[in-house]
Design a protein. Structure first.
Length: 172
């Protein structure tokens, strides 16, 4: 891969998700909406909701994805995962890239994700930090937290080596 580390990990996350055109997706910690842009290009009947606790980031993401929002493919919400209530809405895949979930309100975050995922849904947690050791340590923390909160870790995917090491915990 070439480009910035942020662009590389977002492209890799999109590759891992590999959504069907009609999938319903959730991104936790969407920031300025770059991954949403990449994923919307793959959706024809599907949708994506971007969640971020930062109102300025949600405003940037909405501006970046105005066409997708207007077409009904993308929506954004400014709130923390622990505060989210998706009602009856279910997602085929949920993901987060370099977001440290399950730290401050772990039980509530896990509950929100469990209820938001469709019965066969999958959660992808991608990590990429300046060192392979840090990336692996955070990945191990997330895998442990997922298991502690009732998720089944289905896979652990690693790409690259050294400072380019990226990992993804896939759970359901």
């Amino acid at each position: 891969m070439t480009g910035s580390p942020v662009a590389e990990r977002l492209r890799w996350a999109v590759e891992l998700l590999d959504p069907d055109p009609s999938d319903r997706l959730l991104e936790v910690g969407c920031g300025p909406g770059v991954a949403v842009s990449l994923l919307c290009e793959r959706l024809s009947g599907g949708t994506i909701v971007g969640l971020d606790r930062s109102r300025p980031m949600i405003a940037r993401a909405t501006r970046r994805n105005r066409g997708h929002v207007d077409a009904g493919r993308a929506a954004f919400r400014a709130l923390a995962l622990a505060e989210a209530d998706f009602g009856d809405e279910r997602f085929d895949e949920a993901f987060a890239v370099n977001v440290r979930l399950f730290r401050s309100d772990a039980a509530r975050e896990a509950d929100v994700l469990r209820r938001a995922l469709a019965p066969d849904g999958a959660l992808y947690l991608v990590q990429h930090h300046p060192s392979a050791e840090r990336t692996r340590a955070v990945t191990d923390e997330l895998a442990t937290a997922l298991a502690r909160h009732g998720f089944t870790v289905r896979d652990l995917v690693t790409r690259g080596a050294g400072p380019t090491t990226m990992t993804c915990v896939v759970a359901g």
